[in-house]
Design a protein around this ligand. Sequence first.
Ligand SMILES: [Zn+2]
Length: 258
Amino acid sequence: MELAHLLPHELQRALAEGWPLLVPAGCVEYHGPHLPLGVDTLIVEELVRQVAGRADCVVAPAFAYGPTGYAVTGPDEGTLDVSTERFGRHVKDVLASFWDIGFRWIIVCVHHQQMDGPEALSIRQAAAEVTFERTRAQRGDAWWGKAPLASGDRVFERIQVWPSVLPEAAVQGVQMADHAGFFETALMLGAHPELVAMERLGPGAPWFTDAPGSRAREAGREAGQRMWQAMVDAWLGKLTSLRPRRPTPSEVTITGLF
Ligand SMILES: [Zn+2]
């Protein structure tokens, strides 16, 4: 379900049942002559939409204007850039509000510039700050130092940042290290073929659309659909890790002893 579509009683049910909140994060950036400017946002939005179609989740509106550093083009080609610092501060405010609303799990999905790019790093910093500040506000000073956290206390997992392509999908051949090449073109053909103009790929297309091992013109819809399946399955698998853990055999034994 989409956060923006929820009625108050639907929100309360999602909170009570611990549905994860999935937050796509993207940008506006030139992606060659054949792909739209919003590729990195469209991919994360499509991923969380498909995941939410198969598991109980709430999908938040995207962080759509991430920093690009004008690494691919300047603004003349439609790329948009923002301050990484101010972006991170905005993200922190939003994540803190999601925490205060009461979402048990807040999962941000990043595709743009992978997990060590400025966008993902600023989101991860914001998430860590919210986790420490909110927990101190709720539990007081020395909340970590005074005693071990209770078994099953997963406060450090409450806000997480996941890549669009998890390792389980990567081993099936899906790559994130691609800009408007084979992989992003195939993903777009798989999800939004109406937004792709393959006939625009010609001799003047930028190098990154025709790099060895990632040639956009070799991309097809079937390859894209296979990649989507691998990416969505990997996300669904990782989401199961958020369910309450059963006690391990040793924990059961200890409980029985005492
Ligand atoms: Zn991209």
